[in-house]
Unconditional design. Structure first.
Length: 312
């Protein structure tokens, strides 16, 4: 009994009561604002990881107390999408806080958090679809196809070629959705790191700074996992919905990580060759237009360290 009492007192001592109360109030207030005025989420979301990140960095018991209270308060709003969003925010706070503890570079933090959050976000979408809280993508696009087809039929200018072109366009758009999710997650993480790190420094949280893009270097294990994912995708059919969804979405995430490595390689090439800014802009634009070639350069840089050859 004595030991149990001592452990309870020791745990309560570790909980920063003041920080826990402030962080909890901030998060619960943010949840309430987003619930009643969803448009304000655009302004709130980039900053909403700050309380959780600080608590994880300083006091994990305080973090867990805050998380439990916040999630309980979120459940009271009976909004599954809001609960999902707050759960993702909590995970993001943990990722950022832990990487700060490990003194990870800012660019590595960017692509690691983007990778983890992309997987969690896409996984959350799949779970919401399986549970019926979100319509299936195929069903949504099928309804959208019917609406567009009816529009063309009313105009009297529908042809077989137009119908086939419309179907192909919608299929391409549907297949690109995971890629767009990854892009938006990347932009959200980038904005979050840029706007929150100066604030975290005010609370005496040590934060790294971005190194120039040409100095970024992604771990070789990413390329290894990407190759395995591509090979597995050759043997997975759309009939196996779960496996196909996991492999396809993981491939999308890794492609964006490798694409960033390609941009880093191109940036170094422009710098070493002292090319005009306009040439660098053109190279970056071409990289976005011809992504498969950019992926190839990114993989080659990861595997064979092309940057060293360029420097020589």
């Amino acid at each position: 009994m004595f030991n149990l009492d001592w452990e309870v007192k020791n745990l309560s001592f570790k909980v920063d009561i003041k920080a826990t109360i402030i962080a909890t109030l901030v998060l619960v207030l943010s949840v309430a604002i987003i619930n009643f005025v969803p448009l304000l989420a655009i302004l709130i979301i980039p900053f909403i990881t700050i309380p959780g990140t600080i608590l994880w960095y300083r006091s994990k018991p305080s973090f867990f107390v805050t998380v439990v209270i916040t999630l309980c308060a979120t459940v009271l709003f009976n909004h599954v999408f809001l609960l999902t969003a707050m759960t993702l925010v909590i995970f993001m706070s943990v990722f950022i806080g832990q990487l700060l503890i490990e003194r990870t570079s800012k660019e590595r933090m960017l692509y690691l958090v983007t990778t983890f959050m992309s997987i969690l976000t896409i996984g959350s979408v799949l779970i919401l679809q399986i549970t019926g809280n979100l319509p299936l993508t195929s069903k949504f696009f099928s309804q959208y196809h019917d609406v567009l087809l009816s529009y063309f039929q009313m105009g009297g200018n529908i042809t077989t070629e137009i119908e086939e072109s419309l179907q192909v366009s919608l299929e391409i758009l549907q297949a690109s959705i995971p890629g767009y999710i990854v892009l938006w997650v990347f932009l959200l993480v980038l904005v979050n790191l840029v706007v929150t790190f100066p604030i975290l420094r005010k609370f005496k949280v040590a934060t790294p700074v971005f190194r120039p893009l040409f100095m970024w270097q992604i771990n070789r294990s990413v390329a290894f996992v990407f190759v395995i994912t591509v090979l597995v995708s050759l043997f997975v059919t759309q009939d196996n919905v779960v496996a196909y969804g996991i492999v396809t979405n993981l491939q999308f995430v890794l492609e964006w990580v490798i694409f960033i490595q390609a941009l880093s390689l191109f940036h170094l090439f422009v710098k070493v060759k002292k090319l005009p800014i306009i040439v660098g802009v053109i190279i970056f634009v071409m990289a976005f237009i011809f992504k498969p070639f950019a992926y190839l350069f990114g993989l080659m840089d990861i595997w064979f360290n092309l940057k060293q050859r360029i420097k020589k």
